[in-house]
Design a protein around this ligand. Structure first.
Ligand code: 4NP
Length: 150
């Protein structure tokens, strides 16, 4: 299974989603390839935001080795599922798709947490530190369900 997590900057939400899903899949001995990307190029080449790294570390996850990249058209072919962190990322990715098969790969991550809710993972970038903890809790719950319902 090849899974791509996508947010805007690829330095907060999708890196934690990548790190958590990969770690949980590895723990279960599952053959998962997990990556992440951003729809915007502002932070390409940067490691995850220090606030997100710290939250990850508090929960026993190490995301420090990641490097931000932009979502590419080729990702529609490289991955089986593309999880958007919010509605805006979802619209941006779907608008790049060429055909229905590509569009069908794009899902909102939090529909794994609350099916049919179309919830977004809140963008923590401009907010307070507790926003990063909220992101972690939502993302971890969704990843637990991805593994449980595989
Ligand atoms: P992310 O958060 O999409 O979860 O990585 C953001 C990171 C950077 C910006 C916005 C959101 N920015 O505007 O630079």
């Amino acid at each position: 299974m090849k899974v791509l997590m996508v947010c805007l900057g690829n330095i907060c939400r999708s890196p934690i989603a990548e790190g958590v899903l990969r770690h949980k899949a590895d723990q279960q001995g599952l053959d998962y390839e997990v990556d992440s990307a951003g729809t915007a190029a502002y932070h390409v080449g940067e490691p995850p935001d220090p606030r997100m790294q710290m939250t990850a570390q508090n929960h026993g996850f190490d995301i420090s080795g990641q490097s931000a990249r932009r979502f590419l058209f080729e990702d529609f072919e490289r991955f089986d599922v593309i999880y958007a962190m919010d509605q805006s990322n979802y619209q941006n990715i779907v608008s790049m798709a060429d055909n229905e098969a590509q569009r069908a790969k794009v899902k909102l991550l939090l529909n794994e947490y609350r099916p049919g809710s179309d919830m977004s993972v809140p963008d923590p970038w401009y907010g307070e530190a507790d926003g990063f903890e909220e992101v972690f809790q939502l993302v971890e719950a969704a990843c637990d369900n991805i593994i449980a319902n595989r």
